[in-house]
Write a protein that binds this ligand. Sequence first.
Ligand code: AKG
Length: 209
Amino acid sequence: MENCFIQNNSLIKISDRSIEYFLENDTNDYTSVNWRETDKEKLLKIRFKNIDWQHDKLNMYGKEVYLPRYSAWYGDSGKPYTYSGLTLQPKKWNKGLLYIKHKIEEVTKIHFNSVLLNWYRDGEDYINWHADNEKELGENPIIASVNFGEIRDFVIRKNDKSEKITIPLKHGTLLIMRGEMQHFWQHSVPKRKKVKEARFNLTFRDINH
Ligand SMILES: O=C(O)CCC(=O)C(=O)O
């Protein structure tokens, strides 16, 4: 798969610190919270210090359902992003996200203006098959995906389902999708019931309007 490659970095300390940064809050010790039991009401009472996590709802066949993960969208102002029928207005970059962005830019030599954060609380959370092919990403987007926390399978399949590849993404792994990948392949992170811990995925993108 020439359009998709991974690079393991050895910056485990930075990766550990990133998880603290994502979950730091005024209310409780994030390591001992059962996030699965933290419903929207409880979540709204938690003031996260660094990331403004959202639990978005989608309209599925006339019914409102929560996405099976939390997310947040950060980036340059004036770069809204629409996916799965949701239009996300970017929050302003903060110090921690800019730090990670600069590290990714150093390695990839690519400039990114936005990042989508996904928080999979445990193996019950997932993302369905899709391609990152929204028009504001351009014809052949370059997307840098950085992974923290629990190992999860990132699965890609050809649009005609003739080929499927599973890539387990570990803490501190950077995966790049580029070239024509979004035209011919879909990706997903399926449920994994045995996974009990959280994973955070950040996809850096360059939004053009
Ligand atoms: O969590 C992942 O590895 C994938 C996230 C993803 O597909 C997306 O944000 O579009």
